[in-house]
Design a protein around this ligand. Structure first.
Ligand SMILES: *Cc1c(COP(=O)(O)O)cnc(C)c1O
Length: 219
């Protein structure tokens, strides 16, 4: 089932869209099945779960942290995480930079934007992102690479609304690209789209989809 679902999605999407297989709450045996089917990029939303799975699984897996990250937990993933999707404050960036430096590496991050109309979701608005990126503190961070943006659409059946939210994120990406990353080829990712809306997201310019239940089944 897992391997079939994975192949089906892989066949649907173009090869320049990165598929992050979201394995949160699923056992390592499920991840191993997806790994054996060729998947190497996995996403988790909790630090502790991520760290435990990292210990048990092959070292060539690229682990993405997709959930909200508390500053005091950065240290548990700094050694190995390959992309942090949900960065939404300068304080968090400062801690990631500090921990990355300890491990003598650069950690790639996405800035998370609030695009949904739901209160509960984390994320920046464009003005806050501009403030962060133009601050001296940020400019001095040597061990962080901001490689793009991330967002989650509202959980709704209203396709036009979802489209509009994805368009907003795509627009933010271009605004930031032209103001802050014009000559930085690493800033290229738009992480948007989950099981229910990844087709829409790709139509609106997503370069990275985060798909869980369509691969591993419901949670
Ligand atoms: C759980 C989760 C996903 C995947 O959701 P599915 O609907 O199972 O595909 C994607 N992104 C984030 C941030 C998540 O927490």
């Amino acid at each position: 089932m897992i391997a079939e679902a994975l192949h089906k999605i892989k066949n649907e999407i173009s090869s320049d869209v990165t598929l992050v297989a979201v394995s949160k709450t699923k056992p390592v045996s499920d991840i191993q099945i997806a790994y054996n089917a060729g998947q190497r990029i996995f996403g988790e939303n909790k630090v502790q779960e991520l760290a435990e799975k990292y210990e048990q699984l092959p070292r060539d897996i690229e682990w993405h942290l997709i959930g909200h990250l508390q500053t005091n937990k950065v240290k548990y993933v700094a050694e190995f995480v390959s992309l942090i999707h949900a960065v939404d404050s300068l304080k968090l960036l400062a801690e990631i930079n500090k921990q990355a430096l300890k491990h003598n590496r650069t950690i790639s991050c996405l800035l998370q934007f609030h695009i949904a109309d739901e209160e509960s979701k984390f994320g920046l608005n464009l003005e806050e992102a501009r403030e962060i990126l133009s601050s001296n503190d940020f400019v001095e961070m040597q061990n962080i690479s901001i490689v793009g943006v991330m967002g989650m659409a509202t959980f709704t059946d209203n396709i036009e609304q979802i489209q509009e939210e994805f368009r907003t994120l795509e627009n933010y990406f271009h605004v930031l690209k032209s103001h802050f990353f014009k000559y930085n080829g690493d800033f290229k990712e738009i992480s948007m789209g989950m099981s229910g809306d990844y087709t829409l997201a790709i139509e609106e310019g997503s370069t990275m989809i985060r798909v869980g239940s369509s691969i591993f089944g419901g949670r």
